[in-house]
Design a binder for this molecule. Structure first.
Ligand code: IPE
Ligand code: IPE
Ligand code: MG
Length: 255
């Protein structure tokens, strides 16, 4: 089957180009906690939802910047297993909004060669959202410019528990010898086993915590915290974080 040549991303309106870095210094997998939408809106006297709305453009710009600089895997936190604690109005709004974002952006992402994958728990999540995520996955499944993991009803501990459940079931049914379970084989039970560990973990809004994102995958990630609120974030902030990452020394416990 012939595949269309991916369309290059639109350049940033400022004309900014990605920094010239040694390709070996580019993180393969970047994970982002897109935080600060509510505070962005509050500072302007707007409803919290206005901040989420503005975050869509920040995300789309960041995806294009990830392609330009050569990131292979990008994971973003869109809705956590803890976000159900928000008001029913905000939860409803966020689920509907994310459903619309996927539908609105999937053709452009597909044309740029982006492969969309959903990571998260199905129970409780609206069927209409899952349907949209599955459609984007199907449409983009042969792409390989960038793999974009959209984390929706995702929790790092939930992911590990879900893996443990499937491991236990495989052991019970004789498909797995518990004494053979390793870190490598455990990884195959995560939501998206084709995605490698996180190299660079970014969080916007100045909060210094992981909030249950990509816990297993980020065991050795480099952390970069950015003070900007998510709606103000763009690809230049991603590139700056990657520049910082490139200057770090990753030792993995060695001397
Ligand atoms: C991030 O922005 C978006 C989601 C968590 C869905 P927030 O809504 O958490 O914004 P703040 O942290 O309240 O400013
Ligand atoms: C993390 O942000 C979840 C997402 C960005 C989707 P939160 O705003 O929900 O996290 P906390 O409450 O600061 O830990
Ligand atoms: Mg927040």
């Amino acid at each position: 089957m012939s595949k269309a040549v991916p369309r290059p991303p639109e350049p940033h309106p400022s004309g900014a180009r990605p920094p010239q870095l040694d390709p070996r210094a580019i993180p393969a997998h970047v994970a982002i906690v897109m935080d600060g939408n509510g505070r962005w809106a509050k500072a302007r006297g707007l409803a919290r939802t206005e901040g989420h709305t503005r975050g869509e453009g920040a995300l789309f710009d960041t995806i294009q910047g990830a392609i330009e600089i050569g990131v292979r895997y990008l994971s973003v936190f869109a809705f956590s297993t803890e976000n159900w604690r928000r008001s029913p109005d905000e939860v409803r709004w966020l689920l509907g909004f994310n459903r619309t974002v996927i539908r609105r952006r999937r053709d452009a992402l597909n044309e740029m060669g982006v492969k969309v994958l959903w990571a998260g728990r199905a129970p409780k999540l609206w069927q209409s959202v899952i349907k949209e995520l599955r459609a984007a996955e199907r449409l983009s499944r042969h792409n390989d410019t960038l793999t974009f993991q959209f984390c929706m009803n995702y929790g790092g501990r939930a992911e590990i528990v879900d893996a443990a459940r499937r491991i236990a079931a495989d052991a019970r049914d004789g498909r797995l010898d518990p004494s053979h379970l390793s870190e490598k084989s455990f990884h195959r039970y995560l939501y998206q086993p084709e995605i490698p560990d996180v190299d660079l973990f970014i969080r916007s809004s100045g909060e210094l915590r992981l909030s249950n994102f990509q816990l297993w995958e980020s065991a050795y990630a480099e952390l970069v915290f950015v003070d900007k609120l998510w709606p103000d974030f763009d690809r230049r902030d991603l590139w700056q974080a990657i520049g910082e990452y490139a200057g770090r020394s990753r030792r993995y416990g060695s001397a």
